[in-house]
Ligand binder design. Structure first.
Ligand SMILES: NC(=O)c1ccc[n+]([C@@H]2O[C@H](COP(=O)([O-])OP(=O)(O)OC[C@H]3O[C@@H](n4cnc5c(N)ncnc54)[C@H](O)[C@@H]3O)[C@@H](O)[C@H]2O)c1
Length: 438
């Protein structure tokens, strides 16, 4: 029986259910459908289901055509979990946010597992891809299914953990060519998981336990958070010394070993880097370990937004202006370049801080038409001479590729660039993040 299931994965004629059709689940569902699997996509959000049904993408990196090519052919979507009873494998891609107390919110995994348990047939492979703390697959998924169904893992059903490492907006690395970490609860679980992923991913990296696989993702993103925090701190040190942090990093990056470039910026955003390290530090506390490094990095990165606002205030001050009533235009409100994701975006935090100071703030983002702030909807502006000339300061927060920066520089009074995107352009009205504003 296990061999039959493995064979279906290898021959790509298995039926796969994807739970959660967001930034992780939708691309995965399309990829699986493209290579030949029959895919059932399940999401609780009616809006998303309607969009997919109508061939409309809500994710920047996915074209409408990619959905239209598979919808109702190999990909079938809805909110009805009963299709689980037909699935050979179920891949869970639901959110794992933090709650208000900055602790893991496991409610989405718990809810999804409850529903899966109602319909799961014997000999199905269940894979968790959501980012989470070590122990989750065992405690929240395997234990629940074993109790609810009286199934035994490795015998009646199979379980793996395989973290998604997708980098939104990255055109070089995708699902196929990003090595896939995977661990199984038992050797047979792992063998089946490898057979499934091997059918559409170039390189599979098997590890010895679910917990190892779970912690890898947290370590990868803690590594990024810590290194970004280090350059953010360096920026503030070098500002006081009148030393150009950008030049320091560029020259340091010529070292062919033992150095990796990270760049300062307005802070970190998205569903991963600000959150994942907190999962590790929360779990560490249960072992009576207070992770200073991770928490400190988070603090430093979060506080970059305040540093940016302080620099904006200093720049305006030099022009004998205050934050209050100054017209400020933010370029780029998404959390990083070339994507339409606002989650945890430092640009939003900067917008809020400036609003609190009663600045007159507007924004332009080619990827984000509007966002909600308090009780109003804020709309993206058009980049025209008038708005640039009227603004006391234009601040580049997110360095989207397809923006005419030279036009912005040529028509603005002052451009404050928090990403060093203007290095390729000319203008004597540019001030860089970290510059000493006297
Ligand atoms: N976005 C990224 O770049 C990225 C990268 C790697 C890993 N991850 C991780 O992957 C997971 C998913 O992230 P995402 O960015 O795709 O989130 P998302 O919010 O974009 O998508 C999650 C989807 O799950 C749906 N959902 C919630 N509860 C559900 C339920 N009970 N049943 C069915 N659907 C449900 C939501 O409606 C939503 O559409 C998270 O753990 C995240 O940390 C995200």
């Amino acid at each position: 029986m296990n061999e039959v299931l493995k064979d279906r994965f290898i021959k790509k004629n298995a039926q796969i259910a994807i739970i959660g059709l967001g930034y992780v689940g939708l691309p995965l569902a399309i990829e699986l459908a493209n290579v030949g699997f029959k895919v059932f996509g399940i999401d609780t959000c009616e809006n998303k289901i309607n969009n997919i049904e109508n061939g409309k993408s809500y994710i920047e990196s996915i074209k409408d055509e990619s959905i239209k090519a598979v919808i109702n052919k190999n990909l079938f979507i809805g909110n009805d979990y009963s299709v689980i009873s037909k699935a050979d494998s179920i891949i869970i891609c639901v959110p794992t946010p933090l709650n208000k107390a900055k602790e893991p919110d496991m409610s989405y995994i718990i809810d999804a597992t409850e529903e899966i348990s109602r319909y799961l047939k014997e000999k199905t492979l269940v894979v968790l891809e959501s980012t989470t703390y070590p122990g989750t697959t065992e405690e929240l998924i395997i234990d629940t299914i074993e109790k609810k169904r009286n199934y035994k893992v490795g015998k009646d059903f199979f379980a793996c953990y395989s973290p998604e490492r997708i980098d939104p907006g990255n055109t070089k690395f995708n699902i196929q060519n990003t090595p896939k970490i995977i661990a199984g609860s038992t050797p047979i679980c792992l063998e089946l998981g490898v057979a499934l992923y091997d059918s559409f991913v170039e390189r599979i990296v098997s590890v010895s336990s679910l917990k190892v696989a779970e912690v890898i993702k947290l370590f990868e993103n803690s590594f990024r958070s810590v290194n970004i925090a280090l350059v953010n701190e360096l920026t503030q040190i070098l500002e006081r010394m009148n030393i150009d942090v950008w030049e320091v990093i560029e020259a340091a990056s010529t070292k062919p070993f033992g150095f990796m470039s990270f760049y300062p910026g307005p802070g970190i955003g998205g569903h991963c880097i600000p959150l994942d390290p907190m999962y590790l530090s929360w779990r560490a506390k249960k072992e009576n370990y207070y992770s200073r490094f991770i928490e400190l990095s988070s603090d430093l990165n979060v506080n970059m937004t305040r540093y940016i606002v302080k620099q904006i205030s200093n720049i305006l001050n030099k022009k004998e202006k205050a934050l209050k009533n100054s017209k400020i235009l933010i370029i780029g409100i998404a959390y990083k370049k070339d994507i339409d994701d606002l989650r945890e975006s430092p640009a939003i935090k900067i917008y809020e801080l400036l609003e609190e100071q009663e600045s007159k703030v507007k924004y332009y983002d080619p990827y984000i038409d509007c966002f909600e702030y308090k009780d109003k909807v804020v709309y993206s502006q058009k980049i025209e001479k008038k708005i640039l000339q009227e603004s006391d300061l234009v601040v580049i927060i997110t360095d989207h590729t397809h923006i005419d920066y030279q036009y912005i520089i040529d028509n603005s009074r002052i451009v404050y660039d928090t990403r060093n995107i203007t290095k390729k352009y000319e203008g004597n009205n540019i001030i860089l993040l970290g510059e000493n504003i006297k």
